[in-house]
Design a protein around this ligand. Structure first.
Ligand code: NAD
Ligand code: LMR
Length: 325
């Protein structure tokens, strides 16, 4: 039997976690032979609700679940963890942009970055889901100077999955026929879902759709999908966010498929002229647990303009939280 891995989830009593915890515990994260210890973090007033979720976790009698601990103290929850899903943060409501959450949520990620720095395993891998995810990841990373900055990532896999599914639907294919999708930039309305390198059954995706559909329908639909779900559900996406969070972390551990890549919000190394240090979504391949930005893609004026617009938004968000960096 493998040694258990220690997985922290914050916002553990919230709606994303209500899907995420059960899937981690059932083996959807690291497979059916990997025992899991869950470390759950919540704010004090939500610990009662969290107890209910833990009762349900226990009632599932998951073979892989070795232990579940609950805390309202990040230094307790993050002790010796291998993975951190940082979900806990306020969600937006109708009419808000994700960056409107910055003031409410930024402080959470400076506290949690410091706690990770102090008590987590030195190779802990961190995924920030709580919005605005890229800038929250930047804050956590900057508050954890003893950890490798490359271990702080933000989730754009949901956008990546949305883009694959919308493209497949439009062209009458299945999402498994779509490869080399790319989301550049921020998990926000400025993100740039780029089809220039994308393939459908190995053929150029852009040649299968109208240029006007791409520019005027597809790009805005991916950018606004979160808002469309809030409008329809009255609540932000939850099960799909949990599923994409699992995809992100699983790919980070198990690697990308040959001939394909995924999108991850990661610290920029200056590739494609994006300012170093920003948490920006790039196309990446993953091998042996390590990601690399896909290099050498041709960037035309259409793409460059959009890549810069989303980079500028990230710079603005960063400048708004300077005091936490
Ligand atoms: P929710 O309100 O249902 O749950 C959030 C939970 O976080 C609550 O239980 C709350 O008590 C807890 N929390 C707040 N502060 C905390 C702290 N300091 N430590 C630990 N827990 C804390 O919200 P949700 O729907 O689960 O969404 C969570 C976040 O994820 C939101 O910010 C949402 O916008 C974001 N989100 C991101 C993506 C993405 O693609 N990156 C997708 C969906 C949602
Ligand atoms: C999403 O993309 O569904 C989440 O970021 C929630 C939101 O606020 O849109």
């Amino acid at each position: 039997m493998k040694a258990p891995v220690h997985v922290a989830v914050t916002g553990a009593a919230g709606q994303i976690s209500y899907s995420l915890l059960f899937r981690i515990a059932s083996g959807d994260f690291l497979g059916p032979d990997q025992p899991i210890c869950l470390h759950l973090l919540e704010i004090t007033p939500a610990l009662g609700a969290l107890e209910g979720a833990v009762m349900e976790l226990n009632d599932c009698a998951f073979p892989l679940l070795q232990s579940v601990s609950m805390s309202d103290d990040a230094e307790v929850a993050f002790k010796d963890i291998d993975f951190a899903f940082l979900v806990g943060a306020r969600p937006r409501g109708p009419g808000m942009e994700r960056k409107d959450l910055l003031e409410a949520n930024a402080a959470i990620f400076s506290v949690q970055g410091k706690a990770l720095n102090k008590v987590a395993k030195r190779d802990v891998r961190v995924l920030v889901v709580g919005n605005p995810a890229n800038t929250n990841a930047l804050i956590a990373m900057n508050n954890a100077p003893d950890l490798d900055p490359r271990n702080f990532t933000a989730m754009t896999r949901l956008d990546h999955n949305r883009a694959m599914s919308l493209l497949a639907e439009k062209t009458g294919n299945h999402n498994t026929d779509v490869t080399k999708m790319t989301i550049w930039g921020n998990h926000s309305a400025t993100q740039y879902p780029d089809l220039h390198n994308c393939l459908i059954n190995g053929e150029d995706a852009l040649s299968k759709v109208d240029a006007s559909w791409y520019a005027d329908d597809f790009i805005p639909a991916v950018q606004q999908r979160g808002a469309a779900i809030i409008k329809a559900r009255g609540l932000s996406s939850a099960a799909s966010a949990a599923s994409s969070a699992l995809d992100h972390m699983r790919t980070w551990v198990q690697g990308t498929a040959d001939g394909d890549w995924v999108s991850m919000g990661i610290p920029s190394d200056g590739s494609y002229g994006i300012e170093e240090g920003l948490i920006y979504s790039f196309p990446v391949t993953v091998k042996d647990g390590d990601y690399s930005i896909v290099q050498g893609l041709e960037i035309n004026d259409f793409s460059r303009e959009r890549m810069i617009a989303t980079e500028n938004e990230l710079k603005e968000e960063r400048d708004g939280v300077k005091h936490l960096l």
